[in-house]
Design a protein around this ligand. Structure first.
Ligand SMILES: [Zn+2]
Length: 132
């Protein structure tokens, strides 16, 4: 009865599996549900590169290239973004500027995507399977 400093359930020590979302202990090295293993993607370096990729996405596509998705990045940079801007401007002439509001959504979607995709830059294992 003296040991009152032990919390019954320590939520702070839990984390979610980045692959399947199961509850894991904060220091878990792997997930029993999906086989996810902790690697350098979980270090501060990995998180920093996520943030940097989002920053780079001010020019949509740069963040994807930075993360190793060169094709997607080039498509976004040279096809997706000009099309999005062009369509928004085109639509804006007919909708009194309303369509321009869609552009930030496009930017946000690109940034959100580059943040959520895996960093492919330093994973040599990715070469084993060419498609997901
Ligand atoms: Zn899992």
């Amino acid at each position: 009865m003296e040991y009152t400093d032990a919390p019954p359930s320590d939520q702070a020590e839990m984390m979610r599996c980045p692959e399947c979302g199961s509850e894991l202990t904060a220091d878990a090295q792997r997930c029993e549900h999906c086989g996810w293993t902790r690697d350098n993607a979980e270090t501060a370096e990995g998180k920093a590169s996520d943030a940097f990729a989002v920053l780079l996405s001010i020019l949509p596509g740069l963040g994807h290239i930075y993360k190793g998705y060169t094709m997607i990045g080039l498509l976004l940079l040279f096809v997706g973004t000009p099309m999005a801007v062009g369509l928004a401007l085109l639509a804006a002439t007919g909708t009194a500027g309303f369509a321009v509001l869609l552009l930030p959504l496009y930017w946000f979607a690109v940034m959100f995507h580059v943040y959520s995709i895996k960093d492919r830059v330093d994973s040599t294992k990715a070469d084993l399977g060419e498609q997901y």
